[in-house]
Design a protein around this ligand. Structure first.
Ligand SMILES: [Zn+2]
Ligand SMILES: [Zn+2]
Length: 337
């Protein structure tokens, strides 16, 4: 497998040697549609879950309207097929009659054509990562654990929301030792409905790749940021529009990833502290709506599917899980950006 991230446009520690002290590795996950098994690291694949362990549920929803996971996947499959077809003579998308009827139904119901029966809602398996596959994961693992599993309730507005996460699904992080799961659950429960199709992941295999990141500028001393700004202006004056930007090209990689640095491009920096002990938390997982943006060109790869997982969060943003470096047992916090 070749490394999907292109060579960095330049080594930012040459003009700014002091940035070396701020460098962190991150593992870009590079999800790609595939058929992961419960033994694999994946987004949207089956979790390696013990048959005798209760599947987590959310009790906060009554007869809530939504879209079934199956319909969410079918909807996206239809869209992919329709976009791959030649357009009609008048230039519109060439839906079959059955597809058009389904699209009309979805539009009539605001994409929420199905309903839950009112009981506890099983959480949805979102992703799982083995430390053997993801280099930056082991640093976060509690002693003896080597598998991180991420589940979510595919609705927002939960009673325990904190202000950071109120526009995102409620998440559950589960650490375990993979070798302990000797009798895995064969069929994983799913919620009857999700709030929106973009909360239901497509099964994706991963191509983990470790890269180096530098902090979002708000984390850096003001005088260093001022010098980076002046350096950017100077570079732009000399080589024009192709000059790389610290923020978009040199500091933080886009897409799903483990570890590294967290971007605060929508709100400016809000430091995240542990509710249990007050320690500043570190970003463990970034769930991203897009793998790459035009504005983040240096990180490539091109061409790449922009939303391979089908997941879109917030205003097409990033939803990050922060954990406590002092004690991995302290509750994680989510933050939308
Ligand atoms: Zn819920
Ligand atoms: Zn803590």
């Amino acid at each position: 497998m070749t490394a999907p991230t292109p060579y960095r446009p330049l080594d930012i520690t040459i003009p700014f040697p002091e940035l070396a002290a701020w460098a962190r590795t991150t593992t870009r996950l590079h999800p790609r549609p595939g058929n992961p098994t419960a033994a694999d690291s994946s987004v949207g694949g089956p979790l390696l879950w013990p048959a005798d362990e209760p599947w987590p549920v959310c009790e906060e929803h009554g007869r809530v309207a939504g879209i079934t996971p199956e319909r969410a996947r079918r909807y996206r499959r239809v869209l992919r097929e329709v976009y791959a077809r030649p357009r009609t003579a008048d230039g519109s998308l060439a839906y079959t009659e059955a597809e058009q009827a389904e699209m009309d139904e979805l539009q009539d119901t605001c994409h929420r054509p199905d309903r839950h029966d009112g009981g506890p809602l099983p959480l949805l398996a979102l992703a799982q990562f083995h430390t053997r596959d993801v280099p930056d994961l082991a640093a976060f693992a509690p002693p003896g654990k080597d598998l991180l599993q991420v589940l979510w309730c595919p609705f927002y507005e939960h009673a325990d929301d904190d202000p950071f996460s109120e526009y995102g699904p409620s998440t559950r992080l589960v650490w375990r030792r993979a070798a302990d799961v000797t009798d895995p659950l064969a069929v994983l429960p799913e919620p009857a409905v999700a709030d929106r199709h973009s909360y239901v992941p497509e099964p994706c295999v991963l191509q983990p790749e470790q890269v180096v990141e530098y902090p979002y500028a708000d984390y850096l001393p003001d005088e260093l940021v001022a010098r980076i700004d002046a350096w950017e202006d100077d570079l732009r004056a000399r080589i024009g529009k192709k000059a790389p930007w610290y923020q978009y090209d040199l500091s933080i990689a886009p897409g799903w990833k483990i570890g590294g640095w967290d971007s605060w491009h929508k709100t400016d920096l809000i430091r995240v502290y542990c509710d249990a002990c007050g320690t500043e938390m570190r970003v463990l997982l970034t769930i991203a709506s897009y793998e790459s943006h035009a504005a983040e060109g240096s990180w490539g790869p091109f061409p790449a599917p922009d939303t391979p997982t089908g997941i879109r969060v917030g205003r097409d943003g990033e939803y990050r899980a922060f954990v406590c470096p002092a004690d991995p047992a302290h509750p994680h916090r989510m933050s939308m950006q």
